[in-house]
Structures are given as C-alpha cells and as structure tokens.
Design a protein around this ligand. Structure first.
Ligand code: HSE
Length: 400
C-alpha cells in the first residue's frame, strides 16, 4: 500500500525530508507497512539536475486537488503563503506536517481546529528543538504530570554564535555567517539573534505545558543576544558559567505562570551550561517525574527532517483518524506580567562586589567574585531602581 506525500517548499528542510524518506525507505516501510512516496514537490524554483527534478511542480491546484495526496509537508516557513496552503490542505482533509514554528505559534489555535473539524492531523514535532523529540514527549510521555518548569536552549543559531565566539575567539559577524552557511539560521537571522525564534518555540512549549491554554508569542517578554559583548562572554569564566539564550517557563503554583526569553549565565553545574554549538537542550520538570532533559541537534537539514518525517510516519498510520489532536484554546493564558516575575540574577559591579551586596541587602545575595554577586528571588521591576545611578553596573539572568 502506498501513502502519497507532497512537500511544499524545497529549501533546507524540505529537501532533507525527501532525502530521509529515500535514505530510510526500507526501514520506514517495515515500520508503517506502507510505502511513503513523495509525489509532488511544490516550489516556485526549478531544480535542474536534482534527483527530485521530475517531482517539482509550480501548480498548487495540482497538489490540493489530487485525492491521492493524504499528507502535505509544509516547509515553506513564514505565516503568509504557508498559512493559506495549510488551511487549504487541512480543509481538504489532508494531514499537514510542519517545522514552521512561526505559523504554529501564531495560528495554531485555528489550524488545529480546522484539522479536527476535517478528521486529519496538524503535526509540528519539528517546530521546536529541530530533531529533538519534545512535542510528543510533552503530550504523551509526560501526560500524567503537571509541567512546573521548562528551561530551554531552543535556538541553534544563537547557541552556535555564542559557542564559536567563546571557543574560536571569532567575531559575532563571522559566527553568524557560519551559522547561515550551515543552514541553521532563519531567512532573516534577526529572528534568531533578537530571540523571536526562541519566543515562538516557547509559545508552543508553554501552551502545551498549560494544557492548550494559549500563550501568544507577542505576549512573551523577549531579549536576544545582539546586545551581548565579547566582554560579557569572557566574564563567564570568572563565575564558572556559560552565557546562553534561555527560553523559560515556570508554573510552580506561586502566582501566575512566568514566561520569558533572555540571555542567562548558566552555572557549569547545570547540564544546560555544557550545551554548545548548534545543539539544543530542553529541561522539563514535571511534578511527578522531576527534571528531565531532551538534547540533540536543534537545526539543520537532516536533524530537522528527522522530526518532520516522524510526523509523516505518524500521520500515515492513522488512515484519516487524527493522529494527535490536542486543541488549543482561543482563550489566552493568564501569564504573569514581566515586571512581577521573580528571578535570580547576577549583578556585575567591577571591583565593587561588596558595594553590590550592600545595594541588595534586602535580598538573599552572595558574592561570586570581586566583581559580581548573585541575587535570588528579585522581581524584574525592582532591579533597575536599585541599580539606578550605578552607571557601570550590569545585570543578567542566572540559571543555577
Ligand atoms: N533558526 C533556527 C535555529 C532553526 O537556529 O534554531 C531551527 O528552528
């Protein structure tokens, strides 16, 4: 029996999907009992000389009107044409599988509902953490838990940049150019370095952690890595930390859920502190399980295709029965305002750590070096006021 697939968008991930389905054809057929065949590849470009040249079409109607196509892989990216095509496919009862975190995070509520109404699936394992299994583990393996905390390195490009600057001593621009050449970065890498890509992924993770109560990306306070200096990166050695862009979610029962993206000095004692290069890692704490860690390549052609193809397999074995529909609620989640969120921070006041301790005397604070202190449990809104007038001060989030 055959299961016909159309790939929309033949860029890095789309071409990886075709390659993985070919490379592992026998094993995939053995697992699903079906031959999964790519029938069309829809793209505005031609790919002369590609082994998939004969499958290229520029005619979207051909794809959507073909009753033989039961699964559509959307690897176009963005939330414009990909949104229209996804709605069209789902409305026609074709399951859609995607790596598109922008689309899932902005229109997931609507798209999951359309899938449900049309007895097909909208699956997005590849939208967070590239090849790392994280969506299905959250929904299924951890279903018995209340998710109390998530701390993730979910953007490969920024992690690669920070690692390369530290290890190779190369400039921010050179490290970014390498990430782009390796196919990790977004079409517009500002989405990576400004934290928007991580924000979208955190929106998806938080929504799942809150049982489908929707956390919109634009409601998540987000700071990227573009303001970090080489000096900030070198300072990590002095305090035995690694500077990482962390997507953070906490719902520990004390007040409303806290959700934000920011650079953190991560203690070397924390496993996330050792996650370098394009690798991502997501720590999930469940109230029954305790902490668990999901680690792997968070971007790139074959790792991301690995996750997309796992969803293709999932959709192929369900025969028109939705593979994994967990609807998201239209009602927005009630998350804590950024100013009210309590966090742990490192305050740097070069040569004046004792003075810094005095400034934060009302808090649990300890000296890390002659230049820095650790302050625990302080509200964001209180930090700037205390440091007002200390023109050479800097503060950063801390993850212990
Ligand atoms: N630009 C993204 C990253 C791609 O660097 O992680 C994978 O989502």
């Amino acid at each position: 029996m055959a299961c016909n697939v159309a790939i929309l968008g033949f860029g890095t991930v789309g071409s990886g999907v075709a390659e993985v389905l070919d490379m592992n054809k026998d094993s995939i057929t053995a697992k699903t009992g079906k031959e999964i065949a790519v029938k069309y590849i829809l793209d505005i470009r031609d790919f002369p000389g590609s082994p998939y040249e004969s499958l290229i079409t520029h005619d979207a109607d051909q794809v959507f009107n073909d009753p033989d196509i039961s699964i559509v892989v959307e690897t176009i990216g963005g939330a414009k044409i990909a949104y229209e095509f996804t709605k069209r496919a789902l409305s026609a009862g074709k399951s859609v599988v995607t790596s598109n975190k922008e689309l899932v995070s902005t229109h997931g509520v609507e798209l999951l509902k359309i899938a449900s109404d049309n007895n097909c699936s909208y699956l997005y394992e590849a939208a967070v953490g590239g090849g790392i299994p994280i969506i299905r583990p959250l929904y299924k393996c951890l279903a018995a838990n209340k998710i109390v905390k998530i701390a993730g390195i979910v953007n490969g490009t920024t992690n690669y940049i920070l690692s390369q600057m530290k290890d190779e001593g190369i400039s921010y621009e050179d490290a970014l150019a390498q990430a782009q050449a390796n196919g990790f970065a977004e079409a517009n890498p500002a989405a990576d370095v400004d934290g928007i890509d991580a924000q979208r992924k955190l929106s998806i993770l938080s929504t799942i952690a809150l049982n489908g109560s929707y956390v919109a990306p634009d409601g998540i306070n987000t700071e990227g890595i573009s303001k970090l200096t080489l000096d900030d990166i070198e300072f990590e050695k002095e305090i035995d930390c690694a500077l990482k862009l962390i997507a953070y979610f906490s719902n520990n029962g004390e007040g409303k859920p806290s959700v934000y993206v920011a650079p953190h000095y991560v203690s070397r004692k924390n496993l996330l502190g050792s996650v370098d290069g394009v690798f991502n890692a997501i720590m999930v704490e469940g109230n029954a399980l305790g902490e668990s860690l999901y680690y792997g390549q968070g971007a790139g052609m074959l790792p991301t295709a690995s996750a997309v193809c796992s969803d293709v397999l999932e959709a192929s074995v369900t025969d028109g029965v939705p593979a994994e529909i967990r609807l998201w609620s239209e009602k927005a989640a009630d998350i804590e305002s950024y100013g009210e969120i309590k966090c742990d921070i490192i305050v740097r006041l070069d040569g004046r750590a004792d003075q810094a301790l005095a400034l934060f005397a009302d808090y649990e604070a300890s000296k890390l070096s002659g230049n820095a202190i650790l302050v625990k449990g302080i509200r964001h809104k209180d930090i700037e006021g205390i440091l007002e007038g200390e023109s050479d001060s800097k503060w950063f989030h801390y993850l212990g």
